[in-house]
Design a protein around this ligand. Structure first.
Ligand code: UN1
Length: 503
């Protein structure tokens, strides 16, 4: 399709230099709200670029790990300051390349800023333990050590927040980075690299290689000099990465799919629960790992709530996210949109659920040149139906009715995933039982399934990941190794477990 503008030529940043060429040619990044608008042309890197980037990061690591952590953290704080000033500009580009509405891309940028300031503080903490030793005149403590070169493979749904979740703590901990951003949103990642350089990061400590997952991602995962791969994306790719990383015994941190549910009990504030459900299901066009894709309703309020939900959802304005009146942007690309359409077919023909609203591609008028899909609600959904089990990652909500609290929890847990969850109730006992019994990394009480803040761990149980948590101080467990240190100042050989318990 002919471009309506002259696209910007973007570059990779490898080994301290911006380079326009890639061994796999170039690729285009288009605006999903209007595909005639080409955001940029990017070099498509390959194995050669990954090798060069990893070598540079390895070289930079030798010096960067010796810079005191509070100094490293100052650079991250400065990056946060630059992001504050550039917030509008970053968010405009992000909406253009990814589609979500401006209020949300501003939130995404803000999450990056919050991460910068939180992580900058970590430069003066990174606590270890000091513990008493069992032998006299002996001192014991544990310290966090950096791990080396970290490979980051990031998704398109949070183009700023998620790269910062990974890159900022990795750098503060003394590691260096090679970033492979999603091909749908490389412009925001290039901007992040520019910001880090402007903030004073040694150039070789950060490298960005744009390009496809099969080429650039694979090369990073298989590289013997990459110590850690941090990946956010699909379950299928996460499993492949884990298998491929085994040969080099690389640490892999995964944040994968979700099938998050919101429960609404019969005693809930229904207006509040409605606002939560609509925001959770259709915010970001349903393209969050934390999106509400199942709504579990107590049978006493189900009929009324479904009516309210359909009425409220009908009013959502779908369109170009740069228009302030729009509430739901496009789906990120054609294949994602087709995937959403495929699941609507499955819901209707295979699962035989009831289509209560939506279900169609929007491709007329203002929607003619983008990848739009109607906010869609299925009712009469049974817990084991495919639309209640498989991650759709689009504006499709499956509504399940249950008879009581116990069944609500059972249905919520009946999934392969376990990222986010929510319950609306005014009964404090039920709220605490839900916190105890829900199998998920995040549980909200009287709030939607989305809204995680950077100072608490982010991640999930079961098929959502492999036990790691991003954000909070827990992210440091991904990017550091523990060293236990013993200092014996007795001047003689002291034998632990032997001299103390002699006899
Ligand atoms: C994601 O969907 O991958 O809680 C991240 C939220 C955001 C982060 C979402 N703060 O929805």
């Amino acid at each position: 399709m002919a471009s309506t503008n002259k696209p910007k030529r973007y570059k990779n940043f490898i080994g301290g230099k911006w380079t326009a060429t890639g061994s796999e040619g170039t690729f285009q990044n288009v605006n999903p709200a209007d595909v005639r608008d080409v955001v940029g042309v990017f070099p498509a890197g390959g194995k050669a670029e990954v090798d060069e980037a990893v070598a540079a990061a390895k070289e930079a690591y030798a010096e960067w790990r010796l810079v005191p952590a509070p100094k490293r953290a100052e650079i991250i704080r400065r990056a946060g300051d630059i992001m504050v000033k550039a917030k509008d500009d970053i968010s405009q580009t992000m909406t253009r390349e990814m589609g979500k509405v401006l209020a949300e891309t501003r939130g995404d940028t803000q999450e990056g800023i919050d991460t910068a300031y939180y992580t900058a503080g970590e430069g003066r903490r990174m606590f270890g333990d000091t513990v008493p030793c069992e032998l006299p005149n002996k001192f014991g403590m544990s310290v966090r050590m950096p791990v080396g070169v970290c490979g980051m493979i990031t998704p398109w749904n949070f183009p700023m927040a998620i790269p910062t979740w990974k890159i900022f703590p990795a750098l503060v901990a003394g590691n260096t980075v090679v970033l492979k951003p999603a091909t749908d949103t490389p412009a925001t990642s290039v901007r992040l690299v520019e910001i880090l350089l402007e903030a004073g990061l040694p150039p070789k400590a950060i490298n960005i290689v744009c390009g496809g997952g099969r080429v650039v991602g694979n090369a990073l995962v298989q590289h013997p000099d990459v110590s850690v791969i941090s990946f956010t994306g699909s379950t299928e790719v996460g499993k492949q990465i884990t298998a491929d990383a085994a040969s080099t015994l690389k640490r892999v941190s995964l944040e994968l799919g979700g099938k998050n549910a919101q429960i609404v009990m019969d005693d809930a504030d229904l207006e509040l629960a409605l606002e939560g459900a609509v925001w959770g299901a259709f915010g970001t066009t349903g393209q969050r790992c934390t999106a509400t894709s199942r709504l579990i309703l107590h049978k006493k309020i189900a009929g009324k709530f479904i009516e309210m939900l359909v009425e409220r959802t009908k009013k959502l304005r779908v369109g170009n996210g740069l228009d302030a009146k729009v509430e739901v942007g496009p789906v990120v690309n054609e294949s994602q949109r087709d995937n959403v359409a495929k699941y609507v077919e499955i819901g209707l023909n295979e699962d035989k659920a009831t289509l209560a609203l939506g279900g169609h591609v929007l491709n007329k008028g203002d929607h003619a040149n983008g990848w739009f899909f109607e906010p869609t609600i299925f009712t009469n959904v049974k817990p084991r139906m495919r639309i209640a089990q498989e991650e759709i990652f689009g504006p499709v909500l499956s509504v399940i009715t249950v008879k009581d609290f116990d069944e609500a929890i059972r249905v919520l847990n009946d999934t392969a995933f376990g990222l986010s969850s929510s319950i609306y109730t005014r009964d404090v006992n039920r709220a605490f039982q839900a916190i105890r019994d829900i199998e998920a990394g995040i549980t909200y009480v009287n709030g939607p399934t989305i809204g995680a803040e950077v100072q608490l761990p982010f991640g999930g149980v079961k098929g959502t990941g492999n036990g790691h948590r991003e954000a909070s101080h827990t992210v440091l467990d991904i990017f550091t190794e523990w060293k236990s240190v013993y200092i014996d100042y007795s001047g003689k050989l002291q034998r632990a477990q032997i001299d103390v318990s002699a006899g």
